[in-house]
Design a protein around this ligand. Structure first.
Ligand code: PLP
Length: 496
């Protein structure tokens, strides 16, 4: 399988190049030259496979430089760090299911891909004969950071430096990151919001002088953010697995369409569902759920993507994003793979702060997608409501999805079953969860976790409590303009 760029459809690169560079040289995102089909027979065969085997089968469609057995080995090692089934599906009601993607080490869905990516990178690096250290700067809105730190910690030939918005992540998220062990990790707070941190990381990638200085000391920058194909591919896999689980539990028959409702920020998770559909999975509607930062809701309503809005801090911080990077891959498809059109839109976003895809393309996008949003108050009410009605406790991000799922069901006449994608464990957002189920939330983190466990009987893993006794290793706060210097300083510490 070869890959091309959303900003230059003539480009052809291997899977190794795509994964090891992250971003295309023209600033575009790597996309497969065509969607590799997964046949009905293969979907049926997945019924007999465990999760790592299903994952490896889907990933093998993208990365043919690795054998199926090498990929199975990678998936097995990656998902061995999970607590039980990596992607269990829970039935709440007739036609209503939850796909839980938070049974990994950091209790959020980023683990699904970030436990695989370091192993995929090192395997592809070996095949490609790359000698340089992979230096991985990551901008995080909260969950990616810890998942990347855990995934890469002490993986030879790699180093990861995480930038998070100062004051823009939850207590638990910050604590998880700044206590990470390992000789090849660093965590830095950046003044501003997530988009400021992400923009600064993006400009470091575009900084040729920086690349040159890094090359001189034997380092090469690689993106591990959700735009990396090595993250997208493992995410496609769980949509297949979720469908197969509905088959084996006789909830559906092969060929029946299933809708998915996805709490969305950077558009990576829901894009993976769209890729699964294009590869042959019988998917109906993809319901794109946003919080108050409803740039995607407005886009799906009007065809205009506009940054002319306030950035709002919500109770679902991992979705507090205004620039949904992975949307560019979707635009590429709906522009009939014309990279010039995508380039125009992206240029307009940069200069005007908006672009307009036009009525016709919007109509086509809406054949596949439905979008709506939930306010913080609606999110809290839905979280409490789902708990009351089904005895099912979810985190605020998942509650946003439940809220939008209900709006979709009330507005659109669809008989398809719907799977709500659950992206974090309630323990990561104990205070919000407690308040949503009508309890007082103690301001102390450990007390909040204890209260959560006491009032809802939700089992809080020991590792989460242990976190609060751990030493904080990192406390630096920088301006976005100092990010490149910080990356270079970190690189120097790696090669020492
Ligand atoms: C990252 C994240 C999201 C958003 O996923 P995208 O792929 O960026 O759209 C939603 N919920 C949680 C808990 C997350 O960590």
């Amino acid at each position: 399988m070869k890959f091309t760029s959303t900003r230059n459809n003539k480009l052809r690169v291997s899977g190794s190049t795509a994964v090891l560079t992250g971003l295309a040289p023209d600033g575009g995102l790597y996309v497969p030259v065509e969607f590799p089909p997964v046949t009905e027979a293969e979907i049926s065969a997945m019924a007999e496979m465990d999760y790592p085997e299903r994952s490896a089968l889907v990933m093998s469609k993208f990365f043919d430089e690795l054998s199926l057995s090498e990929l199975t080995d990678i998936a097995r090692r990656a998902y061995s760090t999970f607590d039980g089934d990596p992607a269990p599906e829970v039935k709440l009601d007739e036609g209503l299911y939850v796909l839980e993607l938070w049974h990994g080490k950091t209790h959020a869905f980023k683990d699904m891909a970030l436990s695989v990516l370091p192993l995929l990178m090192t395997a592809l690096k070996e095949k490609a004969g790359q000698k340089e250290i992979c230096l991985i700067p990551v901008a995080t809105s909260g969950d990616t950071g810890k998942a990347a730190l855990e995934g890469f910690s002490d993986v030879g030939g790699t180093g990861v430096i995480v930038f998070y918005p100062d004051g823009g992540v939850s207590h638990t998220q910050r604590k998880q990151m700044v206590t990470t062990l390992g000789g090849n990790v660093r965590v830095v707070a950046v003044k501003g919001n997530f988009d400021d941190a992400q923009s600064a990381v993006k400009s470091a990638f575009g900084d040729k002088a920086l690349q040159k200085r890094l090359a001189e000391i034997g380092c090469k920058m690689t993106g591990a953010n959700s735009i990396n194909l090595g993250r997208l591919a493992p995410q496609v896999a769980y949509y297949f697995s979720a469908y197969v689980d509905l088959l084996t539990s006789e909830q559906i028959q092969l060929g029946d369409k299933v809708d998915f409702c996805v709490p969305t920020g950077n558009f990576g998770n829901i894009l993976a569902a769209y890729y699964a559909k294009r590869m042959g999975l019988p998917v109906g509607k993809l319901v794109c759920a946003s919080n108050d930062n409803k740039v995607l809701t407005d886009f799906l309503e009007s065809g205009v993507y506009s940054l002319d809005r306030e950035f709002i801090k919500t109770t679902s911080p991992s979705m507090d994003i205004l620039i949904s990077s992975n949307l560019e891959r979707l635009l590429f498809e709906f522009a009939a793979r014309d990279s010039e059109t995508v380039k125009e839109w992206m240029a307009s976003l940069k200069t005007e702060g908006s672009y307009d895809v036009g009525a016709e393309r919007l109509f086509e996008i809406r054949e596949d997608f439905y979008g709506d949003f939930a306010t913080c108050a609606e999110c809290a009410e839905t979280l409490g409501g789902i708990y009351e009605e089904y005895g099912y406790l979810c985190d605020p991000h998942t509650a946003v999805a439940f809220d939008v799922c209900a709006k979709y069901k009330s507005e659109v006449d669809s008989s398809s079953p719907i799977v709500v994608v659950s992206t974090a464990s309630p323990v990561k957002f104990a205070s919000t969860v407690l308040e949503s189920v009508g309890e007082k939330a103690p301001s102390d983190d450990v007390k909040a976790l204890e209260a959560l466990e006491k009032s809802t009987a939700f089992p809080v893993p020991k590792s989460v409590y242990a976190l609060f006794g751990m030493e904080e290793r990192f406390n630096k706060v920088i301006e976005p303009t100092d990010l490149a210097r910080e990356v270079e300083d970190f690189a120097a510490s790696l090669v020492k």
